[in-house]
Write a new protein. Structure first.
Length: 216
């Protein structure tokens, strides 16, 4: 299976609290939740639905898993008009959670990966199928990238600057080159960018000082 990630981010890279404006995610005093609601047009909604339909399995970090289980895992199809494909995929396909503390997941079809997560993910990727998808799960996504386990990464960039909140990529961290596979912008200014990791970036060489101009 190909391991793919999909993350909604703001222009300044924030991924925290994209859905509900209530209590979805208020860590560290975050007060600007719900910034992605209603922002994409019908083509973007269709792209998201089609992405979920391609999933053969899902991989989550614990925080995102609990958010999804508390919403998609408890709602009915009639509760999510327009998002039925997402609902069906999440509730019918296998779900894996990378966690050392989650012991008894209530969401049907869930398996906890608590040992050697890298080995477990490689074993999942070795299975036949289409995609092992990661949605949200910022810490997990960063870890997967650092361990060269991501095959493709989709960023859905919402045209807003929050100025606060947890970002997908930290201020300091490992560097990564990306090859652009696909890019589109919808009628509401939301951009979808699909990348493939391409190793480390190439940097311009440091120029040696011109000794002919230096004084002795």
């Amino acid at each position: 299976m190909k391991l793919t990630t999909m993350t909604q981010v703001t222009v300044d890279g924030v991924m925290q609290g994209n859905g509900h404006a209530s209590d979805e995610d208020r860590r560290n005093g975050f007060e600007r939740g719900g910034w992605a609601r209603g922002k994409g047009d019908n083509e973007t909604h269709a792209f998201i639905n089609q992405t979920y339909q391609r999933a053969d399995a899902f991989l989550f970090g614990r925080r995102t898993y609990e958010l999804f289980a508390g919403s998609w895992g408890s709602l009915r199809v009639q509760d999510v008009p327009g998002w039925e494909p997402v609902m069906r995929a999440l509730n019918t396909q296998p779900k894996y959670v990378a966690s050392t503390t989650l012991a008894d997941p209530a969401w049907s079809g869930t398996t906890v990966l608590s040992g050697d997560v890298a080995a477990a993910v490689r074993e999942l990727k070795a299975k036949s199928g289409g995609e092992l998808q990661v949605h949200g799960s910022g810490a997990l996504t960063r870890w997967l990238l650092e361990n060269d386990l991501v095959d493709e990464m989709t960023l859905i960039v919402v045209p807003v600057v929050l100025g606060q909140g947890a970002r997908l990529f930290p201020e300091t961290g490992p560097d990564l080159a990306l090859d652009l596979v696909e890019s589109r912008v919808d009628s509401k200014g939301v951009t979808i960018q699909v990348f493939r990791p391409a190793g480390r970036p190439q940097y311009a060489p440091t120029e040696a000082p011109d000794r002919s101009t230096t004084r002795s």
